[in-house]
Each structure stands twice: as structure tokens, then as C-alpha cells.
Design a protein around this ligand. Sequence first.
Ligand code: RAM
Length: 353
Amino acid sequence: MNRRRLTLLTAPILALVLASCSGTTQGEDQGGGPGGDASADPNAEFETGLTYAMLPKSVNNPYFEASSAGAEAAANTLGGEFEYTGPSDASASSQVSYIDTLSQQATDVLLLSANDPNALCSSLEQARAGGTVVVTFDSDVDPGCRDLFVSQVDSDEVGLTLLEMAAEQIDATGEIAILSATANATNQNAWIDVMEAELASNPSYADMKLVDVVYGDDEDEKSFSETQGLLQAHPDLKAIISPTTVGIAAAARYLSGTEFKGQVALTGLGTPNQMREFVQDGTVTEFALWDPTALGELAAYTGAAAASGIITGAEGEVFTAGELGEFTVGADAVVTLGPPTRFNAENIDDFDF
Ligand code: RAM
């Protein structure tokens, strides 16, 4: 957990302030001489000239475009080359051929958001055998098939936040449904498991009932029609939780054009830029997300640290991810970005991603 990352927006500002402070408060700096010390540059430890490839669940998703911008910036800072490539549909079989091509090209660092926990493993094993460092981010594979996983937020915290937001919006009473991404997505399934367990065990949620889980496959049109289907099948539905940026945006578009607007609550994980109009028109009260650009940036730094021999994936190892600060490798070689942010009418205009 990176405590330095105070909020999504203040971190870069803080970094600038800290950078300018370190240049002007030499009296407090006992170790370095005037003019600065090159060894203080944490990026100096990283190998230059590495090739990085980011393979998202699918392309044409603003969430992954934001992650790729962060990863590309890190790769450029570290003097590497960056490529963003992937299928247009969020399926594991489509990802396999991309992994195979990248491993034939001897890519140094593969940054992958996986559509399935196991189906990619033999391709990943081949890539790793050829020397590619495999870092999953956003959606993991089985831990045995990758070097490290960069997790956006601890899974429990995502699941609990989703349920809490829904409960707040419907007074913790009534039928709820989940509009997910693809049926095999590791990340969405982990969050759904947490929500189901919490609904079954937490007395605060005793009057909430999960009546359906449907899959929009991270496709806009399918998510839109699955939302329509949910409302037809469950006339007493009080809330929809969509833990996918594609799903929640499509569901909001559907609700905003119907009599359900403002009547059926919608929450989940969305990007502020896709959700702004639906918060402004009263379709959505509150949803959450982390900073996908920072997630991509952290993934690239993690891959670079592994490819440079700074970390191996062992618990307790520490490395510095540029301006994001210092991170510690956790159990199962997981590096975690930080807590989610909730967005609502009061703060949504402060964010631009
Ligand atoms: C979608 C994808 C991604 C998920 C976000 C919240 O863009 O399914 O994996 O993390 O939503």
C-alpha cells in the first residue's frame, strides 16, 4: 500500500512541490553536496533501452487507453520503447496470439490485463522462458504464470466499496443486480465474490438481495441490452452495480433515457469523463475508480524494476516508481497502487480521465 499517494490529483502537485523543496533546502540535506547528487535519481538504477508492450483486455476502452498513457510515459522516462497492442474483443483466445507475437519479438516487458486466469498460461510460460518479464496489471492470471501483478486496489476493498455505495443509495433495502464484464475476468470475479460473501454475512445488508449477475463482455451494446434485460426481468430492482467502466457507462446511457432514471440506482466503477454527464443529469449519484493512468505507470515501473534486477517479486522488496514514490512487493508478488476514489456531483469536475 502506497501511503504517499494522498489523492489522485495532489500526488503530481506534491511531487513538484517536493522536487522544488529539495532544490532549495540544502541546509537540511546532510548527505548531498551542492549541485545535487546523480545517485539520488532513483531512475538511474533502471536499465535503459528496454522494450515494453502493453496488452489490455481489449483496445478501444478509455480505461486502458489511460493506462497505456501512463505506461508509455514511464517507458519514455526510462529510455525504453513502448507498444500498445491487443484485440478488439475482451477474450482470452484473442489475447493468446498477441502474447505469442510479442514473445517471438523478444519483448523485454509484457504488461497484461488478462481475460482469463488460466487460459493464457502456456503462452506466458513460453514468453517467460524466452526472457520476457510478465507483469499483469488490473486483472491477474494464476500467480504461477507471471512474475508480478500490479493490483489497482486490494480486491476486498473494491468489493466492499461497491456494496457500500449501493447500500447508501437504496437505504440498504431491496433487490440488486450486477452487470459485469466478461464471465472469466479475474478482477471482476474477485470483486463479485467479495460482494456475495459480504451480502451473506454482514447484518447491515440483510435486507438487500442479489437477484442476478449478467455479463456485458466489456462491449457497449451488449452492456446496454443486458441492462434493459435486467430491468425487464426484475421489476422491483432497486440498484445495479457495474464493476466495469464499459458496463457502467452503457447502463447509465440506458437508464438516462427511460423512466428508471433516478428511480433505479446505478453505481460501480467508471471513469469520471465517461460518467460526468450522467452525474449531472441525475442518473448516477456516486461511483468509484482508481487512477488508471497511474496504474499503467506503476505497471511499467514494476516491469522495468524486474527486468533490471532491482526486484525479483519476493515479498518485502522495495523499489521507486518515479513520481508515484516507493512501493513494497507484497505476498504472491503483488504490488498495490492504492485506495479507490469515490466520484459524485461535488468532486467529479476535479478529475480528467
Ligand atoms: C473495465 C475493465 C477493467 C476494469 C475496469 C474497472 O474497463 O473491465 O478490467 O478494471 O473496467
